[in-house]
Design a binder for this molecule. Sequence first.
Ligand SMILES: NC(=O)c1ccc[n+]([C@@H]2O[C@H](COP(=O)([O-])OP(=O)(O)OC[C@H]3O[C@@H](n4cnc5c(N)ncnc54)[C@H](O)[C@@H]3O)[C@@H](O)[C@H]2O)c1
Ligand SMILES: O=C(O)[C@H](O)[C@H](O)COP(=O)(O)O
Length: 383
Amino acid sequence: MRILVDENIPLAEEFFGELGEVTRQPGREMTAATLRGHDVLVVRSITQVDQALLEGADKLKFVGTCTIGTDHIDTSLLAERNIGFASAPGSNAESVVDYVLSSLLLLSEEDGFSLSGKTVGIVGAGNVGGRLAARLDNLDVDCLICDPPRAEAEGREDFVDLDTMIERADIICLHTPLVAAGEHATHHLMDRRRIDALGPGTVLVNAGRGDCLDGDALRERLESQGDLRTVLDVWEHEPAVDEALFELVDIGTPHIAGYSVDGKMLGTEMIYQAVMRHFGLPARKKLGQLKPDPWLRKIVLHSWTPPLEALSLCARACYDVRRDMLAFDRYRRRLGMAAGFDAYRREYPPRREFQTLRVELKKNKGGLRDALEGFGFSVKLGK
Ligand SMILES: NC(=O)c1ccc[n+]([C@@H]2O[C@H](COP(=O)([O-])OP(=O)(O)OC[C@H]3O[C@@H](n4cnc5c(N)ncnc54)[C@H](O)[C@@H]3O)[C@@H](O)[C@H]2O)c1
Ligand SMILES: O=C(O)[C@H](O)[C@H](O)COP(=O)(O)O
């Protein structure tokens, strides 16, 4: 069997090597010609799996994407051509939630507010948004949820519509998939009217897909009023991001919210399992045997550490969004926006999820354990 894999997918040889020859290629350079002769294709979000690429699908039996999002894949065409398909739902969801919490912590420190006094609106409450809501709920932060497909399917009357959320939330986090058409389409879900309706001081986070937000409208609002706090990990026209918008946002990163070692490797394992299922083969390899130990395994805190101090100490030690924000800025200054965007993603330094960090406490005082677990860390109480 011949397997074509994006060059930036970790553990590809370890997982897929037993099936045959593994060839790596940059995701943006995959073409019909390079696909020819391959039985399995494993991609990331940057490869459009469409009519043009599938012209080269002379032997292709299976496509896997090691990502949560599937907007780059023409799934109907794959089904029509009887080519198997799998994505990796939830694989890097924890990583995205860590990213959002790190960003909110940074803004709360800069602006001197406490998250617990704020109302957070979450748009799209699936694997990412649902976990974010659960972690914030553990911290007693008020959350509003907007998810019309779920509200309809589950009869949820506690969910709100997006316009109500815009009126009521202090912080709005977008975690929707990119859906081009239909009743719940998300292209420019956050459009000019909604961006203009955001109250001064609102924090707007987009870690879903760039096209869910009208970037021109946001840039104009920031240029004319400069009264929002903005965190963008995803952008229209990646990697050729609008430089002017980038200069105006508070935290700007190159689509790396889901880039933890844990999330990326889990994505590979999920696609390996799907490939093996597709071919009726046993999936013997396990991620646990292959995943490296985190550099930082535990932190010991005194029981009287104030919960907020403990959260920011542990979060900073484990993952601090400033690392990516500053490094990306250096990359794009050195290489230009599009090349810098791709280069930083290619050379992304290791990052582990909050859940890999064990926090040891002698006693649970003042709700310290709940606060740490609520944020995603694992806590061990001493004797
Ligand atoms: N920035 C990153 O690195 C990164 C990482 C992972 C995922 N993502 C993006 O985030 C998206 C969400 O991830 P997920 O794991 O939560 O996916 P998911 O499929 O588990 O959840 C998506 C949720 O959005 C809801 N939704 C759909 N249309 C909506 C609409 N019009 N308004 C409000 N809600 C709507 C769905 O009902 C669902 O509950 C992915 O599709 C992907 O595009 C980005
Ligand atoms: O959908 C996803 O899982 C994420 O957007 C993913 O982390 C994007 O990373 P890429 O596939 O572009 O490397």
